[in-house]
Each structure stands twice: as C-alpha cells, then as structure tokens.
Design a protein around this ligand. Structure first.
Ligand code: NOJ
Ligand code: CA
Length: 695
C-alpha cells in the first residue's frame, strides 16, 4: 500500500512540477494543487518568483538576491544550470506540542543558478510547496573563488496584490514587545511607534514590520509572512513600501561589525515562509514553520515534562516584593518558596519559578555596567537553594531555575557550564532566561546574527545538560523546537507583565485575539496567564488587567505553551471556585482544533489532552461582547463528558465588572451545542473530563 502511495505521489509530482516552454520558468504545485509557485529568470536573467492560491495571484513578480560587501549578487544575469524536483510525505511525532502527529507533505523544487558572466558565482534556490503555504531559501553552494559571504542586505521581495488588512508591529531589531496595529498595508507607519516609555531596549530604523505579520487580502485569503530555521543568520524584518504595496527583507544589522551576516560557504539561509489559509484559524492549525525545520536532534527528552508552574514572580511586578535582597522586601526566601511548593503540590502544578534568588539584582535595570554583575550560582543569604530543591522533590514540585542575563551575553556564556552543572547536580531540568536591556557589546541587537548564535549556544549547551529553556527577551521563534525540543517556550511579545506596570495602560482587550493569529504562529508563548485579582488595587492604582476573569482561564487553552504559569499570588487563588479550571487544564495535547476566529476580534480553540482523552475549550473576545454557538461535533462518539463551563457572568465587562463569572456543570457529548455570551474583553473556558474530573 505504501509503495502504491509513493507511486501515486511520484505521478503527482511529475504532473505538479512543470517546466513551461520558456526554459527559464518552473512551476511547482502543492500536493492538493491549490498553491502554485513559479520561479523564473527575467529577460535580463534576474531571479524572480510568483505565487498564487486557487488560481488567484497572491504574490506578483518579486525579485530575489543580495547586496554583498563587493556589490549585488547576482551582479549580472543568471542562467539555470540544472533543476530537480522531489516530494516528501511523512508523519513525525512531537515530543510535546499542540498535537502528537504532524504531517509533513510537500513538493520541492531546487534550481541551480550561475551568473552568466564573471564572476560566475553560483546560487541555488529551494522551494517547498505545501497545502498550507510555501517556504523558500537560498543556498550558497561550495565553489571556487567564492568562499565567504559578507551580506550587507538580503533583497527578497514580496510584491503584494491589492492593499490587504494587516496586523503588524514595528520592525524592531531588539524586541517584539509591541502592541499590534491593524491597518491597511498602505497605512503602515512603523516609525511612529518609536517612542516607547515601557521598553528597556528598542531599535526601529526603518518603516518595517516584525514577523510573523498577518494579512487578509481583498479576496478574504489569510496570509502570514515569517521565517523558519533562523540559524547563524540575522533575523528578518520586512521593509514596507506603502505606495508600491510590496515588502522587502531588511535584516537586523550590527553597528559593531558593519555588516548584517557573515558566513563561510557552503550555507543555506533561513526559509522565507508564507502561510496561506481560507479561514484565519487555518493559520493557527498550519504546521509549516515546524515542518521547515530539521528533525529532532536530541532524541528522547522525557526528562522535560510539560507542566503548569507557580512563581515568585508576579509579586515583584506588582511591587509587593523585590528581586533584590536589599530593601527589606526580598521575595525569594526559603520560607516563601516552600509555601508556594505546598500550594503547587496540592493543586496539580508541577513547577515553581523563583526569580531574584541570586546575587546581582541590585545592579539590574538602568545600569550601564552590566558585565560581570549577575552570578548564576550564588544565592542571597535568605534563600537556601538546596533546601528548596529538596523540599520540592519531597512534594513532587520541580524548581525552575532563573537566569536574568541583563543582556550581557558574554558574562552569561562565561558562566554557562558552571550554572548548568549546578542545575544538573540539583536535578533541575528547566531554566527561564532573560535579556532585559540593550545588548552589551554596544551595536549588537537582540535579533542580529551575533545574538542568534548566542541564543543557540545557550540552547545547545543546555541540551547537553538535559535542560529546557524558556527565554524572555528572546530571539523570535522560528520552529527550532522541532530540532531542539528543549526550546520549550519563550516570551517575544507583550506578556502579562505589561498589565502590572505599563505606562500606556497595559495590553488592550483585543491584544490576545491578535496574538493568536500573529506571534503564536511562530511557536509557544510564555504569556503567564491566570491573574484573578484583575484590578490589584492594593498594589497599583494606575494599572490593571484588561480582560475578564473568564478570559484569563480561556488563555490556558487559547495561548499554547508546554509550560503554563498560574501567575497570580496564591492568596488570590485560595477559595476561588474558578481556580479549579487551572487545576484541571492540560498542558500537552493530542490534537488542537480552531473552532472559530478572526484576528483582532475573537478566537476559540479546542484541545484534546494527551493520554487522558480529556478536552479543553477556550474562547476569547476583544473589546466587544459577542454570542457564540459551540458545536461539540469534534468530540469522540460514545463518551459522555463531565463538563464544567466557566463563562462571563451577566454584565461582566473587562473594566466595569471583570470578576463576574458563572460556573456550571453538565454532561456534554458529541453533537451537543452550547450558547455562550462573551463579555467585552471576555471569554470562556470549558473542561470536558472523560473520567469525571478532579474533586
Ligand atoms: C523580564 C521578564 O519578561 C520577566 O518575566 C522577568 O520577571 C524580568 N525580566 C526579570 O528577569
Ligand atoms: Ca519581557
């Protein structure tokens, strides 16, 4: 049977990659033949491509190439030396993830190009066409007289058709902690977003956007542009030509080195990706980004278990306690950690993050001299690391290590082995890292090649110590988690913490209904949901969370991460019946389905927990109230689930009445329907327990 399928595949590929009469034009189709990419050389030998979906052009003629230190590449017309096509249709298993099995089915076209006159340099282009989009990359093959490439700019174009609606954030070389903007493409104005009171690092040199950037065309097709497998290269922002309605790659640079990328040949660039879907939810269900990465290199990583975690964390953001020891309000004490371990172990929470445990915090934010400040092995005097680890182990709660580097990566690299050895000795299998501030040395940015390599070095070194990494102020996610599944989660967005202190009032109610269709396409997010004391008046007069309580519950399902924080102070959970949802909700999934959604408006996701058969559903709304009908057709036949439904109470409102919540229980089975009302800034969460649930 398999042979027959392979044969059928071969026939399909023969018919789906054709070279038209023009010997310089190559067409390649997706397995379902709906996505169609064409590569061609112009009359002058310039490489270009086009893309269409269901017969409609999505990307019109767009040129490909580079500006190298010595000039343009190609500098003269190119000729096609050779081309090859192939296909892959395989299924691989995620060690943890939104689903167990991922289908990787694509048609590939490789074109070998050469400059037609001296210097006759070679370049290959690789296209992979999937049912859910395309990826293409450049290969600089081994060749004589061209052994090193100093890239001043990559010049990959994306020439759009029409003026789509875009969900975008400014192309920042440092940080992805911006709000998303919604506008027509022709109205993108990233430079107006430069001034930001809440960011310790930001650099926006061009009218460009960060990726993923998501769009809806006038034909109601959803597109998202990003990159996959960002390895030993600079992150790509997309420079926007609002008049010409096109985008061009703008790599993150370095004032220290004066170039954007330096590589020895042979090498391949990251994939440039375009996800395509007819529904917005299709973008979330797409596996394009992980599929374009190499298979798992770590093998068995069962030493990391997806988990919920509590933390000595939100209290610092509220100002209740401090990271620093001095000042009399130190949060990370042995006693406090034990109190949280007790709470976690009673409530199906497997991890505890303790921030502010190590020396150095007295010289954190605002200090220019940050080299050599943090020490990743020395606890403050009121924190007995060994004892906390021992107590946690006794109670079945594993400690999550914290390493705030304060954006001094050289100091961190010097201590990596010592720091990870200590963790290994103590049996700690995950670390949250942080890179707050401008990168030292000056002139480097969080998303430049130098830092891309630093983040990778940390990840690879961590893997060798059986340590999983959750990076904050990270390099953006590009699907590396497939290859190195110890890349468990990351920030790289405006997380919950902004609600505690942002001068601009925090994340608006629409924030996460945009995040789900933009940032989340890149990979898992450590958003840190679950704030119950929405207004936290005791701590901050001017700040609050801008959602209802029910939406905070929904986020455990909507926002995917294999580690999910129960972020609030434990006193706000104790005695609150809504907390049961956090206790019950899964963190590792057999499958995930997007039931409905529209960027910036609403989204509902259903996920089946791995190995239990339990399902969880979460839905969120923007600042508008809405009614929804949830159809339980996705449930398996013949099982009646014990459902608990947590939804916005009558008159709930993110600002005026955020705590109103209604909780009820009933039986639900396949085919049932449920009407839910989502308040402005609201949401709902449903647990469907196959076994009757926890007590
Ligand atoms: C910024 C991180 O996003 C936050 O979670 C952390 O508490 C601080 N840095 C301190 O490392
Ligand atoms: Ca942050």
């Amino acid at each position: 049977m398999k042979k027959l399928l392979n044969l059928l595949g071969l026939i399909l590929i023969l018919s789906s990659c054709t070279q038209t009469k023009n010997t310089n034009m190559f067409d390649i189709f997706s397995p379902d033949e709906q996505v169609h990419a064409s590569f061609f050389l112009t009359a002058k030998g310039r490489p270009a491509y086009k893309l269409s979906f269901k017969g409609k052009t999505i990307i019109d003629t767009s040129y490909l190439g580079f500006k190298l230190k010595e000039g343009d590449f190609p500098s003269v017309g190119m000729t096609v030396e050779n081309h090859e096509t192939s296909q892959v249709n395989e299924t691989w298993e995620m060690p943890w993830g939104e689903k167990r099995n991922v289908i990787n089915h694509y048609h590939e076209l490789i074109i070998n190009l050469k400059e037609s006159q001296p210097p006759q340099r070679k370049m290959n282009l690789i296209f992979r066409v999937y049912n859910d989009g395309i990826g293409f990359r450049y290969e600089f093959p081994e060749q004589e007289n061209f052994t090193k490439a100093i890239i001043m700019e990559e010049k990959t174009q994306f020439n759009l058709v029409g003026d789509p609606l875009v969900w975008w954030q400014p192309g920042d070389w440092d940080i992805y902690e911006h709000l998303y903007n919604t506008s027509r493409f022709s109205e993108i104005d990233a430079l107006s977003k430069r001034d930001h009171a809440d960011l310790a690092q930001t650099h926006i040199p061009e009218n460009a956007v960060n990726t993923p950037v998501t769009m809806k065309t006038n034909d109601k097709i959803y597109l998202s542009f990003h990159e996959a497998n960002l390895t030993d290269y600079s992150g790509m922002t997309l420079k926007v030509d609002t008049a010409g309605l096109s985008m061009e790659s703008c790599l993150v640079g370095s004032e220290r080195s004066g170039f954007k990328v330096k590589r020895s040949l042979p090498f391949k660039t990251p994939w440039r990706t375009i996800q395509i879907a007819e529904t917005a939810g299709g973008l979330i269900e797409s596996d394009l980004i992980v599929n374009l990465n190499e298979p798992n290199r770590l093998g068995d990583i069962s030493w990391f278990t997806p988990m919920k975690y509590a933390g000595i964390w939100w209290e610092m953001h509220l100002g209740k306690s401090t990271w620093a020891y001095e000042g009399g309000k130190h949060g990370a004490t042995t006693e406090h950690a034990k109190e949280l371990i007790d709470f976690a172990s009673e409530n199906n929470i497997g991890g505890l993050l303790v921030e502010g445990w190590n020396t150095g915090w007295e010289h954190w934010i605002g200090f220019e001299e940050r080299e050599g400040v943090f020490d990743f092995v020395t606890p403050y005097p009121d924190y007995n690391l060994e004892e906390v680890v021992r107590y946690g182990r006794e109670k079945g709660v594993e400690l999550i290590m914290h390493h705030e580097t304060s954006a001094a990566p050289r100091t961190y690299e010097q201590q990596l082995d010592t720091a990870f050895s200590l963790m290994q000795k103590l049996g700690i299998h995950s670390v949250k890292t942080g890179y707050v501030g401008k990168i030292i040395p000056k002139g480097e940015y969080h998303h430049g090649q130098w830092m891309v390599n630093h983040y990778r070095k940390v990840l690879e070194t961590a893997a060798s110590y059986k340590i999983a990494v959750n990076a904050h102020e990270p390099i953006k996610a590009t699907g590396i988690r497939r290859t190195l599944p110890n890349a468990i989660s990351r920030e790289g967005l405006r997380g919950q913490e902004f609600n505690a202190w942002a001068k601009d009032g925090g994340n608006p109610p629409e924030h996460l209904s945009i995040i789900a269709f933009t940032r989340m396409l890149a990979g898992p997010i450590d958003f840190t949901p679950g704030i119950f004391d929405i207004k936290f008046k005791e701590w901050k007069e001017m700040n609050q969370v801008n959602t209802t309580l029910a939406q905070q519950l929904a986020l455990y399902v909507v926002i995917y991460s294999p580690i999910q924080m129960a972020a609030d102070l434990i006193e706000n959970y104790r005695g609150n019946p809504a907390f049961r949802f956090i206790r019950d909700v899964g963190v590792d999934w057999e499958q995930s389905l997007v039931l409905n959604g529209e960027p910036g408006d609403y989204v509902t996701i259903a996920r089946e927990e791995k190995n239990t058969g339990n399902w969880f559903v979460g839905g969120i709304s923007d600042e508008n109230a809405r009614d929804m009908v949830i159809n339980f057709d996705f449930l398996p036949d013949g099982i009646t689930f014990e459902a608990s439904i947590y939804k916005d109470g009558a008159n709930a409102h993110w600002d005026k009445n955020p705590l109103a919540i209604s909780i009820d229980s009933r039986h639900i089975k396949k085919g049932d329907e449920l009407n839910v009302w989502l308040a402005p800034g609201g949401g709902f969460a449903i647990s469907l327990l196959a076994t009757g649930g926890s007590e």
